[in-house]
Ligand binder design. Structure first.
Ligand SMILES: [Zn+2]
Length: 271
């Protein structure tokens, strides 16, 4: 029977959510050591916390009290609640405390991605959101630790990505460190994700990137130079989207991912 959870602070809630997400990517029966192997991810998400292992143990207790896992003794655990099926619905209420519509969209979309997207590049990991001021990447895979920058648009990209600062992007092009992108087209009014695709940063050549005119003197970030990335005809890996748009390769990937993020892969790894 599920116990009624005690009220958790915002920080406790976010640890809880992140850990639940990590556990969702583990086999049904898992060991403490497997949870602790994700310690670097929590350290990165909560750089000020010096007691990550203690906090993880404490959060495991919270999940046990909520009936999400059981303790089986000798460092063994069992996940009770099945993982929810992927959904395209965006829950904007997770960002109800925010005012700016750009921030609301970012937080709600990241929350959606955390619950519903698997990393298409390793085929197994879940994505979790990094703190808002983390440079270059917004989310990281719990499995291969690959970082993703999220580009979300209310509507369709139509072959162009706008918005990233030109200077840093030009530098990362030169250094060959353009991040991978999670591209999300959504409908704000219907609170639905329409398509989500992964674009590998290595596909973007400097010929595809151009600088926009600097922002005018009346703008809050006056003088700031944004960029436009031409993404037309670049191959994308489909995460969400109508099957008839994706090629046969994408369809194949979709099938393997929907089989609960290829959980068997993790079982192989940890046995
Ligand atoms: Zn991955």
């Amino acid at each position: 029977m599920r116990r009624v959870p005690e009220r958790l602070s915002t920080v406790q809630r976010s640890w809880r959510r992140l850990l639940e997400n990590v556990i969702g990517s583990l086999p049904e029966d898992f060991a403490l050591a497997e949870v602790m192997s994700f310690k670097p991810l929590f350290e990165r998400a909560y750089p000020k916390n010096r007691f990550v292992e203690e906090k993880l143990r404490q959060t495991l207790q919270v999940l046990r009290d909520e009936g999400i896992i059981t303790f089986e003794g000798r460092g063994k655990y069992r996940r009770i609640l099945p993982r929810a099926n992927p959904s395209v619905r965006i829950d904007f209420s997770v960002a109800a405390h925010l005012v700016s519509s750009a921030q609301i969209a970012r937080v709600a979309i990241e929350a959606w991605a955390q619950l519903n997207v698997c990393c298409a590049l390793c085929g197994g990991g879940r994505l979790f959101a990094l703190p808002p001021n983390t440079p270059v990447i917004d989310m990281q895979c719990t499995c291969c630790q690959r970082g993703y920058q999220i580009k979300a648009k209310n509507g369709f990209f139509e072959g162009k990505l706008m918005g990233a600062a030109y200077g840093p992007l030009a530098r990362s092009l030169k250094a060959g460190t353009v991040p991978d992108f999670l591209l999300i087209e959504y409908s704000r009014s219907r609170a639905l994700v329409l398509t989500a695709d992964i674009l590998e940063g290595a596909q973007i050549s400097s010929a595809r990137v151009s600088a926009r005119a600097p922002l005018g003197p009346s703008a809050r970030r006056s003088g700031w130079i944004g960029s436009v990335i031409d993404i037309s005809d670049l191959p994308l890996r489909s995460v969400v989207g109508p099957a008839f748009v994706s090629g046969p390769k994408s369809l194949q990937r979709e099938e393997t991912q929907n089989a609960s993020c290829r959980r068997d892969r993790f079982e192989d790894e940890f046995e």
